[in-house]
Design a binder for this molecule. Structure first.
Ligand code: MGD
Ligand code: MGD
Ligand code: MO
Length: 763
């Protein structure tokens, strides 16, 4: 095993300030915050050019989130948000991590820094190599790096001993080439960040509706009677979604929010693109707020289903859409019988709500037909996460609220191209039809055995069944659960390779040997032998469009991700029939191959050149559920949470602050929750604090409990907050050490990082 550098951020506190929780999100403060990040990281002149180009039809796709851009009108002040601006500032930063930086800083030294400090060191400028037994990275040529990887891969006993991870920023072109290379090498070991993110949504939606993606378009928000936002914090993570919710309200629709926290962004909002609205009261968004307990959602949704049925029984035809149910769905009888097994009285305590509150929301569902339900990690990262999402689908199906204007499913994706990566075949469980078509087009035998997902990959490395880890983007050590276990897993590898833009902890927790391959970012020009290239991405609503970088690359040693894959393939595969270098010379050639192998990409090169891009086919949107097992939309039977807390135990959800992008820490504030300059905090209910004798800002240690195992994280400040009792919240990655690898969602295998059972001890 290689040397043990620090896998977790240091325990050091940074000087907390608590402020009142703001009453409104976005507005002038958001603009000020965006400009200050841009000014500090990039400089003002370059910064303005950058902001002008984000999400414009001839500009580049914001690397922030996957929220779609309007089809027609783009905002006058440019289509970005505060957090998009921060994402850009982070990528276009003036700071550089050069070979000199690595020569003068040991890995041990860097690993003692916080993730905030590591990230601020800047963009990586050269390919770097960490030889076995050394503690400093050294410069290496691209050629030597590729050769080393090729040699290591070819010396494995089986291709299944290598793992090829992907994070969701990778373009369609890079992702397609990458999975092709991995399958030609001979494995389906293609875990990706999706395994920790919306995998539960994909599983639930495929089973019930025959497509793993959402069904609505942005336009639908203008027509919805009711939008339900459950388990999601768009004010921070998808700020441009607030504009869509505002449209719903302007058109007379209502909004129900279901969340253990009263997230400000959902309560009230001031349009950043309309300076006249920066002052004054702002727009109230949420009509009904249900402050559910963590993991109380199935119980809550079941009560709503029961209330719907009660009303339908009283006045048949007044609630359910019988024509839709009869023509389009299967399994309603079983659902209605199963509902009888539950009583509202038994379910209520799990929700932490009163029946009257729930009735208010149920009434809106009962009385309206065009309903959109949006969700994110608050639903997908639990043991019964798939049940959460199937229960949502049950409600929509009873109402016939799918496949029509103003209605449908809206899983709000995270990374800007995570959905596209899956479409391109970044999947450890590829469908047979996809592999068949790869084989036909590229004349090779594709492996058929399913590969490892993220959790299985960690287990395999820990058991030394996998020996090479390759990361196409992302920050595996900090994003994954069970930090110390995962660190040991990575240390067991012979070689770990990270394709990255910025320095992160995954460069420090390595195998015996390690490589860093620096790549171009979204905002940078991508020059290949035939000239400047653009890439394509797919947003959360299935629109495929171009992204074109405008900045000079931060170093002349960077390669694009497609070029890195080609280098890798040329150095690894013998007798390759695929002309990798030719494909990379002009990305149109890659797009031709995508068109030839993946349905929905007809005339890809032509259609993607039309400004704004094109929609991929979506059977659920078209009201066709043929692809499911029954050929119809399926009702399902779902179970409420089975977690029983002991009196001294708490449920902990690990969430994002307003100043982070997953493991990239932009700053130390969580402005919308009134916490400044500190990340090591735990939000607690004030009564719970009183009962434990804990006062505001007392220092506490956390212990997680799972099947007799314990894990510890020390040194967190207790912050009283409006959160249901026995519920707590902390920030990841600091508390990932408490998330047991084996605590994961049924079927989707997603780490249950929103239901960590902990005890809290005052220092
Ligand atoms: N600025 C910024 N943007 C981002 C990201 C980022 O880190 N920063 N990350 C991107 C990625 S990859 C993703 S996946 C998305 C994540 O977007 P979100 O899912 O919004 O992110 P989280 O911070 O995980 O927040 C989860 C929300 O669910 C609530 N919640 C937790 N547990 C439960 C529960 O049991 N029931 C209910 N009803 N609610 C619950 C929490 O209170 C919180 O409001 O954002 C993307 N966009
Ligand atoms: N406890 C807990 N854990 C979680 C979550 C949670 O809610 N709670 N959320 C989970 C979720 S939803 C997700 S999606 C994962 C995220 O997991 P990852 O996708 O692995 O992590 P990121 O932090 O998004 O990756 C950031 C790194 O990507 C690199 N990068 C940025 N841009 C580019 C680029 O254009 N190309 C390349 N090659 N590299 C680039 C930079 O070096 C940066 O350091 O984390 C998961 N982990
Ligand atoms: Mo995500």
């Amino acid at each position: 095993m290689s040397k043990k550098h620090h896998a977790q951020p240091p325990e050091k506190l940074t000087g907390i300030q608590l402020k009142e929780v703001p009453k409104s999100a976005v507005g002038i403060k958001a603009i000020k915050s965006a400009l200050s990040h841009i000014k500090d990281e990039v400089g003002i002149i370059k910064g303005i050019t950058l902001l002008k180009n984000i999400n414009q039809k001839n500009g580049f796709d914001c690397p922030g989130c996957a929220w779609p851009d309007p089809d027609a009108k783009r905002a006058f002040l440019a289509e970005y948000c505060e957090n998009g601006a921060k994402a850009i500032a982070e990528e276009a930063t003036k700071n550089k991590v050069s070979p000199l930086f690595f020569a003068t800083h040991t890995i041990e030294e860097i690993s003692k820094l916080s993730d905030y400090e590591i990230g601020k060191s800047g963009r990586i400028t050269h390919p770097m190599y960490l030889p076995e037994g050394k503690d400093n990275y050294e410069e290496i040529s691209w050629e030597a790096a590729f050769k080393m990887i090729g040699k290591e891969l070819n010396s494995l006993n089986s291709p299944d001993e290598a793992i090829f991870y992907t994070s969701g920023r990778t373009s369609n072109e890079a992702a397609f080439l990458y999975q092709l290379f991995v399958r030609q090498f001979g494995t389906n070991n293609l875990p990706d960040c999706s395994n920790m993110c919306h995998e539960s949504s994909g599983v639930a939606l495929s089973e019930t509706l025959g497509i793993g993606k959402g069904s609505v378009t942005l336009e639908d928000f203008n027509h919805a009677d009711l939008v339900i936002v459950i388990g999601q914090n768009p004010g921070t993570n998808h700020p441009r979604m607030l504009t869509a919710l505002n449209e719903t309200k302007t058109h007379g629709g209502k909004i129900v929010t279901i969340n253990p926290l009263p997230e400000v962004g959902l309560i009230n909002y001031k349009d950043p693109q309309n300076p006249l609205k920066w002052i004054g009261k702002g727009q109230d968004l949420t009509d009904v707020f249900l402050q559910v307990k963590i993991n109380g959602d199935v119980a809550l949704l079941k009560i709503i289903l029961k209330l719907m049925k009660e009303q339908e029984d009283l006045k048949p035809g007044s609630v359910f859409n019988h024509q839709f149910i009869k023509e389009k769905t299967a399994g309603i009888e079983d659902l209605l019988i199963d509902l009888e097994n539950y009583s509202i009285d038994d379910l209520i305590p799990q929700t932490g709500l009163s029946l009257d509150q729930i009735k208010e929301a149920a009434k809106l569902i009962i009385n309206n037909e065009k309903i959109i339900i949006c969700w994110a990690m608050g639903l997908t990262q639990h043991k019964n996460a798939v049940d959460n999402i199937r229960e949502i689908v049950n409600i929509l199906l009873l109402k016939g609220s799918i496949g029509k204007k103003g209605a449908g499913t809206c899983p709000v994706r995270g990374h800007s191209n995570v959905q596209g990566d899956r479409t391109m075949g970044i999947w450890e469980k590829p469908p047979t039809s996809f592999l068949d078509s790869l084989e036909n087009e590229f004349n090779f035998k594709a492996p058929r055995k399913h590969g490892f997902d993220v959790v299985e990959a960690i287990e395999a490395m820990h058991q030394k069944k996998a020996k090479v880890f390759f990361g196409m983007g992302g920050n595996f050590i900090s994003a994954t659960p069970d930090t110390e276990f995962t660190a040991d897993a990575l240390r067991n590898c012979n070689l770990t390779v990270q394709v990255s833009t910025k320095l992160n902890r995954s460069h420090l927790i390595t195998g015996k040997k390690a490589l860093i391959l620096p790549c171009l970012g979204r905002s940078e020009k991508d020059l290949q032998s035939s000239g400047e290239q653009f890439i394509t991405v797919e947003n959360s609503m299935g629109v495929v469009h171009q992204s074109h970088g405008h900045l000079e690359p931060c170093s002349n040693k960077l390669l694009s991700e497609p070029a890195i894959v080609a280098g890798l393939a040329n150095a690894t595969l013998n007798n390759a029939t695929t002309k990798w270098s030719k494909l990379v010379s002009n990305y149109d050639f890659i797009r031709d191959k995508i068109e030839a192998t993946i349905p929905g990409f007809e005339n890809f090169n032509e259609r993607v050149r039309v400004k704004g891009g094109f929609y991929l086919p979506n059977n659920a949107r078209e009201n066709n559920f043929q692809p499911t097992s029954t050929g119809k939309a399926n009702f399902t039977l779902n179970k409420p949470s089975e977690i029983k807390l002991e009196d001294n135990q708490f449920m902990m959800m690990t969430i994002r602050t307003h100043d982070q992008y997953n493991t990239t820490i932009y700053g130390l504030n969580d402005r919308y929750r009134g916490v400044l300059n500190e990340r090591r905090i735990i939000f607690m209910n004030a009564d719970d604090m009183y009962n434990l004798g804990i006062q505001k800002l007392d220092l506490v240690d956390l212990t997680s409990h799972f099947k007799g195992e314990i894990r510890e994280a020390k040194g967190f400040l207790a912050v009283p907050y409006k959160i249901p009792n026995q519920c707590t919240a902390t920030y990841f990655p600091e508390t990932n050490v408490l998330v047991p690898l084996k605590s994961k969602a049924d079927i989707s295998n997603t780490p249950a990082s929103k239901t960590v059972i902990i005890t809290i001890k005052k220092r």
